[in-house]
Structures are given as structure tokens and as C-alpha cells.
Design a protein around this ligand. Structure first.
Ligand SMILES: NC(=O)c1ccc[n+]([C@@H]2O[C@H](COP(=O)([O-])OP(=O)(O)OC[C@H]3O[C@@H](n4cnc5c(N)ncnc54)[C@H](OP(=O)(O)O)[C@@H]3O)[C@@H](O)[C@H]2O)c1
Length: 261
């Protein structure tokens, strides 16, 4: 085991009722491991919790909207009092973008994304941080997107919400680096979940939620603080950022998409 390797005892995951969050819950579910699952859909949380219990995990769940900062704070406070939480994965998120025929995303759609992807994530971080700082330990993993590194022309509100979330995480990473609290920034590429169900266009290197969750867990276990995948898109984005934006726009034409609305 490397010096930085890390085995959490109590993991809290937001957006655990479906997609990547549910896959992460299943990946962390093991005998004796404690899980705290947060999401809005009770029936889906119940079914993820049942699966995790079958794998031997001790599971709690809370039907909570991450945009309700006070509810998230109370939930994490209550769970942390019962047993110290050592890993929080702020994963809850929504995706939107432009529709067919040049229809741009609407202001109300942008509003929802910023509230959940940015403010909801900040609420989750702020709920956990006081406990982690007091104990001088713990990890908060923020699920962003590669869209934070290369904004998507067809999903500007989403890209902005994710870039904001990752900028927030980067700032905290530096602020907290000598306090023993680890902030891990996660930049996934396309994952086959409800988020991409309405996507009309290329989905290069699409991966399954299970494969994405296994990769994230493996790297968090090894102590990584930046987790970006798939590597092919990460390198393409890095190379593209060296180009003038018009060249990048030309090169990226094959990746353009719209959403079925
Ligand atoms: N799929 C991709 O290609 C992709 C790529 C990059 C990044 N991501 C990011 O990965 C994360 C997970 O997305 P996914 O692909 O797994 O999408 P998903 O299948 O739609 O799952 C989203 C999860 O977030 C929860 N959620 C949404 N709004 C919430 C709120 N206000 N409060 C609490 N929970 C909320 C949903 O549960 P409820 O509806 O029950 O609340 C669900 O559990 C998101 O942050 C997403 O942006 C996804």
C-alpha cells in the first residue's frame, strides 16, 4: 500500500439514486463499510440501498435536494455524529444544452444547472468541511466534467456550472492543503447514464457507469487529487487548448451535438 493509499470507512455520496452515483455506491459497498446516500427519488434510493446492503454495507439514505443547503448540512451533521464520515463524493448533477434547429438553452434551464451543479455542490462541501477541518482529515471528491476543461459549444450553461464547481474545488484544494483535508477534482468524459439519453451526436469513448465508478474509486484509494478520464479526450483537450479558439472550433466540429427535447 503506498503512503497515500486511502480506505474510507464511511462514504457519503450525493446523487446516489442513479447513474454514476449509484455505481459509486455499489463500488464502495463492502462488508462493514458505511454508506450515506443522498438523492431526491426515494424509490430509487431504496433500491440502491438494498443492493448495497446485500453486498454487506451499512447503509443510510436521505431524500434531500442538494440545493437545500440547510437540509444537506443537517443530514451530514446527523450522520457524522453517529460515525465520523471520511469521504464525501459531491456527485449530484444535471445536464442540459441546446435543442434541435438552433434552439438555444433557456434561462430557466441554465438556472437549474447552476443551482444544482454549482450551488448544490458548494452546499455539500460546506456541510462536510467543518467536521473534516476539526479532525484534520477526510476527503471531499467533486464530480465535475471534462466540459470544465473544454467548454461545450452546445451546452454552455452546463459547462459554466462545471467550470465554476471545479474552480471552487481548486481554490479549496490550495486553501486546505496543509490542514489534512483532501479535495479531489474529478473530470469524467461521457458516461452511459440518463444524462446522455437525449444526446444527438457523437459520444466518443463512452464508458459505463460501473467502469467510471471503478476507475474513480481506484484513484481515490491511491490518493489522487485530480482524476480526469478517458485519457484520450484529456490529451486531445490539452492539445486543443494550445490552438487559437477558431482552429479548435474547426477541429471540434465532429463532436457537436444537440439535445432531443
Ligand atoms: N453522464 C455523463 O456523460 C457525465 C459526464 C461528465 C460528468 N458527469 C457528471 O456526473 C454526475 C452524475 O451524473 P450521471 O451521469 O450519473 O447522471 P444521472 O444518471 O442523471 O444521475 C444524476 C444523479 O444526481 C441526482 N440529482 C440531480 N439533481 C439533484 C438534486 N437537486 N439533489 C440531489 N440529487 C440530485 C439524481 O437523483 P434524483 O433525481 O433522485 O435526485 C441522480 O442520482 C453529474 O454531476 C454529472 O454532471 C456525467
Amino acid at each position: 500500500m503506498s503512503r497515500n493509499s486511502y480506505r474510507p470507512d464511511f462514504t457519503v455520496i450525493t446523487g446516489a439514486s442513479a447513474g454514476l452515483g449509484a455505481a459509486l455506491a455499489r463500488a464502495y459497498a463492502s462488508p462493514g463499510h458505511r454508506l450515506g446516500l443522498i438523492g431526491r427519488s426515494e424509490s430509487r434510493l431504496v433500491s440502491v440501498a438494498d443492493e448495497c446492503r446485500k453486498a454487506g454495507a451499512r447503509v443510510k439514505f436521505m431524500v434531500t435536494d442538494v440545493t437545500d443547503a440547510e437540509a444537506v448540512r443537517k443530514c451530514i451533521l446527523e450522520w457524522d455524529r453517529e460515525h465520523p464520515i471520511d469521504l464525501v463524493i459531491a456527485n449530484a448533477g444535471v445536464f442540459d444544452g441546446h435543442g434541435p434547429d438552433g434552439q438555444m438553452e433557456r434561462m430557466d434551464e441554465i438556472d437549474v444547472q447552476v443551482r444544482i451543479n454549482l450551488l448544490g455542490l458548494m452546499a455539500t462541501v460546506n456541510a462536510a468541511l467543518p467536521h473534516f477541518r476539526e479532525r484534520r482529515k477526510g476527503t471531499i471528491a467533486l464530480v465535475g466534467s471534462l466540459a470544465a476543461l473544454q467548454p461545450l459549444a452546445d451546452a454552455p450553461g452546463y459547462s459554466a456550472s462545471k467550470a465554476g464547481a471545479m474552480a471552487y474545488g481548486e481554490a479549496l484544494q490550495e486553501y486546505l492543503h496543509d490542514e489534512g483535508v483532501r479535495i479531489a477534482l474529478i473530470y469524467p468524459g461521457h458516461i452511459e447514464t440518463a444524462q446522455v439519453a437525449g444526446h444527438v451526436g457523437a459520444l466518443p469513448h463512452l464508458t459505463t457507469p460501473e467502469a467510471a465508478a471503478a476507475l474513480i474509486k481506484r484513484r481515490l484509494d491511491r490518493g489522487h487529487t485530480v482524476i480526469a478520464f478517458p485519457w484520450q479526450l484529456v490529451w486531445l483537450i490539452r492539445a486543443g487548448r494550445l490552438l487559437p479558439w477558431r482552429w479548435r472550433a474547426l477541429a471540434g466540429r465532429g463532436f457537436r451535438f444537440h439535445l432531443r427535447k
